[in-house]
Design a binder for this molecule. Structure first.
Ligand SMILES: C[S@@+](CC[C@H](N)C(=O)[O-])C[C@H]1O[C@@H](n2cnc3c(N)ncnc32)[C@H](O)[C@@H]1O
Length: 374
């Protein structure tokens, strides 16, 4: 057996042993889909130091490359919206914008998608095309459409899919608009995170169709949601739990912070919860529900200790927190009191028994998305 075949089998065994890969059909897809073909352009290895995170290209001629393509890791394939591994030598210090998602997460999503033979699937976020290839293997190329916002990424995915014998329909465009000319779909699956499920996906789903996507916020807590579309054009479902995170859909990236607010402005009061609660994934998700457009940054004023500051750039609202003895003090400014909303929501969630995210319900209508706990 060739090296990569053995690596693929071992990967499938590991994914099955960890409970991610549960069915024979998806196991066969993993065993027969060569992930390394989707990473022929190399990947970026993360390099942490004292400064900002750097990314260093690893190309197919490096001994580490082939085994890495069968590791259970996300492998970054594009930085800063344009840069591919073959474009540079040395390190680059910008954010990843495309990747091959870690296989355990890919197969978990595919298992959660509940597909059956004959179903039409729309994937949002083609990336390298690896997850698209698994869908093609399971359903057949004719039943799979994948949308990618970045043309270069889509072109590379088309080549890799072709090299592995697949020809699904690939669309370049903003997947938040779905595939206006291709519905209705039985399943829509997003491999990029969204702030809210776009109404276009409801319109392009069949009645009874399912949508699987990660809902995220700008404090970067996120969770996988599965919804079923009703005949009245709304969708209902629940969060599945497991602390799933994906890179955000590009149009859902937060606005730049602009000029920081004057932290001496505003009004001060004691708060019953401190910003340390936001270290917890679930509480951060609850906080995001209360203040969905708020970003969390840490600011040191005049060389003093770092303070957490929450900023809603569009509303012009902010909250800065600091400790005095054993109390937390919040200072808030702007037209809205973001910390009041977070404090109220987190307190109510705790009063209701601090339910886990897998106890949260999600409803999407053409007008709004609502997430609540039971
Ligand atoms: C985590 S990667 C996808 C991984 C991919 N499924 C794989 O197996 O390689 C997320 C992808 O979503 C794409 N993306 C971001 N925003 C998008 C949007 N609005 N519409 C379509 N694709 C988008 C990114 O360019 C990126 O390629």
């Amino acid at each position: 057996m060739s090296d990569d075949k053995t690596l693929r089998r071992n990967l499938a065994d590991r994914l099955a042993a960890a409970g991610h890969l549960r069915s024979d059909r998806w196991r066969r897809a993993v065993v027969q889909t060569p992930r390394h073909e989707f990473l022929r352009g190399g990947y970026f290895r993360r390099v942490d130091g004292v400064g900002p995170t750097g990314w260093e290209p690893v190309m197919p001629d490096a001994p580490a490359w082939l085994p890495a393509t069968y590791s259970d890791d996300s492998l970054v394939t594009q930085i800063a919206g344009t840069i591919a591994p073959g474009d540079i030598r040395g390190l680059i210090f910008r954010s990843p914008t495309s990747s091959s998602t870690m296989p355990s997460l890919v197969v978990r999503m595919l298992e959660e998608l509940n597909v059956d033979d004959g179903m039409r699937v729309l994937e949002i976020g083609t990336g390298t095309g690896y997850s698209t290839a698994l869908l093609c293997h399971r359903l057949g190329d004719d039943l799979v459409t994948s949308v990618e916002v970045d043309e270069d990424v889509s072109i590379r995915a088309r080549a890799s899919l072709g090299a592995t014998g697949h020809m699904p329909r690939l669309v370049v465009g903003d997947g938040l608009a779905g595939d206006p000319h291709g519905g209705p779909y039985d399943r829509i699956v997003a491999t990029c995170g969204v702030l809210a499920i776009p109404p276009a996906w409801l319109v392009q789903s069949r009645t009874g169709g399912q949508i699987l996507a990660t809902v995220c916020g700008w404090m970067y807590s996120s969770e996988l949601a599965r919804l079923t579309v009703s005949d009245d054009g709304t969708a209902h479902g629940r969060l599945l739990g497991g602390q799933i995170s994906f890179m955000l859909a590009r149009p859902h990236h937060p606005p730049s912070l602009g000029v920081l607010p004057d932290l001496a402005d505003g009004e001060e009061r004691e708060t019953s919860i401190g910003p340390d609660v936001l270290d917890d994934w679930t509480i951060r998700f609850v906080a995001q529900l209360a203040a969905p457009r708020t970003q969390l940054v840490r600011v040191s004023v005049d060389g003093g200790a770092e303070r957490p500051v929450l900023i809603d750039v569009d509303a012009g609202a902010w909250a800065a927190l600091h400790r005095e003895g054993d109390h937390w003090i919040v200072r808030q400014g702007g037209p809205d009191r973001v910390w009041d909303r977070i404090e109220e929501h987190v307190t109510r969630w705790r009063r209701d028994g601090s339910p886990g995210l897998d106890h949260f319900r999600i409803t999407v209508t053409p007008e709004a998305q609502t997430i609540t706990w039971l």
